[in-house]
Ligand binder design. Structure first.
Ligand SMILES: [Zn+2]
Length: 368
């Protein structure tokens, strides 16, 4: 992600217990040599006492249903064992961020029953997040803790740095669940994003196609984790610059500050379609800047042209470089102000626009 956000630690424990439950459940019948029909939830949980507090444990029937589904998808024990080994490899990805030889197993693309597998793991997701406890479901509890541990940033989208209403925000699967079903409830794979980012390219709820991270064809490429900003682990904001191109600099482009991060920045930009999103947002950002300057002057006695110019320079443009680093939420705005202040042509364009608007308020400046 671009923004540095903290993981909700209490909730992380719940998710980890969920993953542990899921794997133990998928493995249970084979380990105990019983048929899925003979599965008994009480016996299973008595054999795995640490799992009794898991959110999956609340339902008397769902664990048995999941066991049956799994055996239906993979009738042969060899397939089940190999599939489980893939899951165990993938869920440990966070320990391998710096490991250039680590790869996801990308098993899903080798199998014919991709849809069935996806449905199966999506059920774990809804079983977990729809579970109601203590006056709200798990989705609600996740957001509550996220807000508590990110008191300054919780209303900012970590992917695009725009405003985010956490109540409406969707929990995004950073590694798409269609490619990585075993990461459906992985703590490092779940991050609240604004609606625009969650649906950036796909156009439907949670349907963002796996551009990056990671394209299905790249998913099992060794070292692929070294090319993405993993949520809660790698924040990209310090590695990225914006440039403004086209007529009056109205087209936003992202650029990596150094070559090591070039691929990260490119992948993040493509995944969330950021150049288009920010170019669109820049229209309002520009209007707001002009409006803010004009607002300042219309309440004053008639200022001179020089005073207007001085104000724009001193209050809006000259310190924007510092603001970029300390005010993440104004990243687009601060980057744009820096650009406007970077050469006399840009400065004059803004200056003239302000004078023109002030003229409309009866200040009567000659625009030359
Ligand atoms: Zn966003």
């Amino acid at each position: 992600m671009l923004l540095e956000v903290k993981m909700p630690i209490e909730f992380k424990k719940k998710l980890e217990l969920g993953i542990e439950y899921m794997i133990a459940l998928l493995q249970y019948c084979d380990d105990e040599n019983i048929s899925p029909g003979g599965f008994d939830k009480t016996t299973f949980e008595n054999n795995n006492t640490s799992l009794k507090d898991c959110s999956f444990s609340f339902s008397p029937i769902k664990p048995k249903k999941r066991v049956k589904e799994f055996h239906k998808i993979f009738p042969s024990k060899t397939e089940r064992v190999s599939f489980l080994n893939s899951i165990k490899n993938d869920i440990n990805f966070i320990e391998h961020i710096d490991n250039a030889s680590f790869s996801f197993s990308a098993y899903i693309h080798k199998l014919d029953n991709e849809n069935e597998i996806n449905k199966h793991f999506n059920r774990y997701y809804s079983d977990f997040f729809d579970y109601e406890v203590g006056g709200g479901n798990n989705r609600h509890h996740f957001k509550e803790e996220y807000k508590r541990v990110n008191p300054i940033n919780f209303h900012m989208c970590p992917a695009c740095l725009g405003e985010m209403n956490l109540n409406n925000a969707q929990l995004d699967h950073y590694f798409p669940k269609s490619t990585f079903p075993s990461l459906v409830i992985h703590p490092y794979n779940l991050v609240p994003l604004c609606i625009s980012c969650n649906t950036a390219i796909g156009g439907g709820k949670g349907n963002r196609p796996p551009t990056n991270p990671l394209k299905p064809e790249d998913a099992n490429e060794a070292g692929s984790l070294g090319k993405v900003f993993i949520p809660y682990k790698i924040a990209g904001i310090k590695t990225i610059n914006l440039t403004f191109e086209g007529k009056n600099g109205k087209r936003v482009k992202t650029v990596a500050k150094d070559i090591q991060n070039k691929q990260h920045v490119q992948n993040h930009t493509d995944t969330f379609n950021l150049e288009s999103v920010w170019t669109e947002r820049l229209v309002n950002t520009h209007k707001n800047i002009v409006h803010q300057i004009v607002e300042h002057f219309i309440s004053l006695e008639k200022p001179t042209r020089e005073e207007v110019g001085d104000y724009i320079w001193k209050n809006m443009l000259s310190h924007s470089d510092i603001k970029i680093n300390i005010m993440d939420n104004y990243f687009l705005r601060a980057s744009y102000l820096k650009f406007l202040g970077s050469n006399i042509v840009q400065f004059n364009t803004l200056y003239c626009e302000v004078l023109l608007q002030l003229k409309e308020y009866g200040f009567g400046y000659a625009i030359t």
